[in-house]
Write a protein that binds this ligand. Structure first.
Ligand SMILES: [Zn+2]
Length: 64
C-alpha cells in the first residue's frame, strides 16, 4: 500500500511530492523535507497527526 504526500497539502507553496510505502520512513522523509527546505522542525508525532488529519489511519502508517 502506497501513500502520496504533497508538501503543498501541508500548507507550503512547494511542488515537493513523496510517494512510497506507507510507513514510518516515509514520515521521516517528509519531516526531513520540512526541516531542510522550510526550516520547520516538526516532531514525528506532529507529522503523523497531520497525515491522520488528511484521512489516513494511524494504524496503517505505523504498521511495517
Ligand atoms: Zn516543501
Amino acid at each position: 500500500m502506497t501513500l502520496k504526500l504533497r508538501c503543498e497539502d501541508y500548507g507550503f507553496e512547494c511542488d515537493f511530492v513523496l510517494e512510497g510505502a506507507k510507513n514510518q520512513s516515509l514520515l521521516e522523509q517528509l519531516r526531513n523535507h520540512f526541516e531542510e527546505e522550510h526550516g520547520i522542525d516538526y516532531t514525528t508525532e506532529a507529522i503523523t497527526q497531520m497525515i491522520m488529519n488528511r484521512g489516513h489511519s494511524l494504524e496503517s502508517i505505523r504498521k511495517e
